[in-house]
Every structure is written in C-alpha cells, then in structure tokens.
Design a protein around this ligand. Structure first.
Ligand code: ADP
Ligand code: MG
Length: 278
C-alpha cells in the first residue's frame, strides 16, 4: 500500500517472492492466421509465478513475449489452455493486473497528476482522496514538481515514471511490463531499472517484465524465462541467484549472461533464418 511504506535503497532489496502462486499459465497455445498461414505464436506454455516474484520473459523479437503478456493481461486470450491470476481464470483485463507499455500511453491532453488520477476518477474515488493519493505517489516517484506539466514537456524516463505511477495508483498486485525501457538511452534505462526494483520491493508487486535485453533480464529478475522462436515455448527457466544490487561486472553475473546469451542466440539464429526471403 501507499501509506507508511518506508523509502528504501536498492541495497535493501532481497526478493519478496513467496511460495503462493499468483499467476498460473496452463498449457497455453496461441495461433494467429496471417496471409492464409497459421502462425503458432505460443505452444505448450506452462509457468507458475509466485506472489512477489520478479520474472523476466526474454527472447528475440517475434518469439511471442507480447502474446504471452497479453494473455496474462486478458487483452488477447489463448487459443487453448488457460491463465489463472489471483485464483481466477483470466477472461478479460482486470484491475488486479496493471500494464506498462513501451510507448508510454499517456493522455497528452492531461497533466501528469491527471494522468495518474485517471484510474481513480473512474473508480469514483473522492476528489480529496484522489489528490492525496496521487501526490503521495508522485512524491515517491520523484514526480511531484512535474505534477502540472503535460507529457510533451517530459523526457522519456519521466514519461515512463508517470506511466508506472498511473498503474501503481490502482494498486494492482500484478504489474505486467512490455519492454518498458526499450526506448530509453542506456543511462536513463539503468536509473529506471533501479527505480523499478525499489518500487517492486516497496509496493510488493509481482512483476512480469518482457524484454529482449539479456543484461536487463539478469539485472532485474528473480527468474528469467527464456523463450524459443516459433513456436514460442519455454526454452529454459533460469533462476538468478545473485544478491541485489547486482554488479554487472562481477564474474558470476558475466558467467550467467554468457549462458543466457547462448540460449537467446540460438533462437535469434532461427528467427533470422525464418525471416530470410524465400
Ligand atoms: P514478441 O513480443 O516476442 O516480439 P509477439 O508476441 O508480438 O512477439 O509475436 C509473436 C508472433 O506472433 C510473431 O510472429 C508475430 O508476427 C505474430 N503475431 C502477433 N500478433 C499477431 C496478430 N495480431 N496477427 C498475426 N500475427 C501476430
Ligand atoms: Mg513484443
């Protein structure tokens, strides 16, 4: 919750994963038809995510990461199999699953504060309460001085902070993130990764984070789900047993990065072969 959570540094962060499953993906398959051809985007996906766990979904472009995330979000349902979130089958989007996209998806005609307040207005929360909650959140995300600015006046990192604040305002237990830092420069990206780790710990969220960044996945996650390319299956579940903050230059980090890179490269090669003109 927003109230009373103390400020933390990345140094305090241990995993907050508990053994309670929060998301269960059961034998999920998803096909699309494109130009009369069937594309198997996902096949035989089984995955259990614990409450409070930080999971990264990693793989080359086109391997089905967004398709999987959209199935968890309820935006696009599996062709067969099912997804259970918070004990209920996912059949539509719900307030228990917040989504952050790469394109910040902010309303350009609303100020930062109005963007963050949007979901609470829909819930018809009292104006005064909304204001308090929004300002508390903006303060925690170092956005308070920007509360009356419009998205066009903000940097990419700031916009993404607002997008995260907007999801946090609704306090969903699960945060789904689709390459959220993909458009940011390297330095801003690292800052946002650290910020996200703080948020994850402080707000005790379960996070499913889609990326094609190998280092990013190992820097952030408790567990990396490496996917295969067409059909999208789980190639390997890689636990990251490194304490945080993680040192990307440490031998253990580099060894793990090498191992995961080899897995991803195999799939990258397959995707390249596939995309070569016939
Ligand atoms: P990723 O997010 O890993 O880049 P996606 O989940 O977006 O991959 O896509 C997986 C595969 O499914 C790709 O081959 C993509 O072209 C195909 N695909 C995704 N959405 C659609 C759609 N709406 N219609 C047809 N094909 C789709
Ligand atoms: Mg994608």
């Amino acid at each position: 919750m927003l109230v009373g959570a103390k400020d933390m540094t990345v140094n305090d962060i241990k995993s907050n994963a508990s053994p309670t499953p929060q998301v269960v993906v059961e034998n999920v398959r998803k096909t699309f038809s494109s130009k009369g051809r069937e594309i198997v985007a996902l096949a035989g996906i089984d995955l259990t995510i614990s409450s409070g766990e930080f999971v990264a979904v990693l793989g080359p472009s086109g391997c089905g990461k967004s398709t999987l995330l959209n199935a968890l979000a309820g935006f696009s349902l599996p062709t067969s199999g099912r997804v259970i979130a918070n004990g209920a089958e996912v059949t539509h989007p719900g307030p228990d699953r917040g989504m952050v996209f790469q394109e910040y998806a902010l309303f350009p005609w609303m100020t930062v504060a109005e963007n963050v307040a949007f979901g609470l207005e829909i819930k018809k929360m009292k104006k005064q309460l909304i204001r308090e909650q929004v300002d508390r959140l903006l303060e925690k995300l170092q956005l308070l001085e920007f509360r009356d600015r419009f998205p066009k006046d903000l940097s990419g990192g700031m916009k993404q902070r607002v997008a995260i604040a907007r999801v946090l305002a609704l306090d969903p237990p699960i945060m789904l993130m689709d390459e959220p830092f993909g458009a940011l420069d390297a330095l801003t990206r690292r800052t946002m990764q650290d910020e996200l780790l703080r948020i994850w710990m402080e707000f005790r969220k379960t996070i499913v984070f889609v990326t094609h960044g190998i280092e990013e996945s190992i820097y952030l996650a408790d567990r990396v789900v490496v996917m295969t390319y067409r059909p999208g299956t789980i190639k390997r579940l890689v636990p990251v047993e490194l304490s945080r903050p993680r040192d990307v230059a440490s031998p253990r980090f580099i060894a793990l990065q090498k191992e995961v890179s080899a897995l991803v490269m195999e799939e990258q090669m397959r995707s390249r072969r596939d995309e070569r003109p016939a």
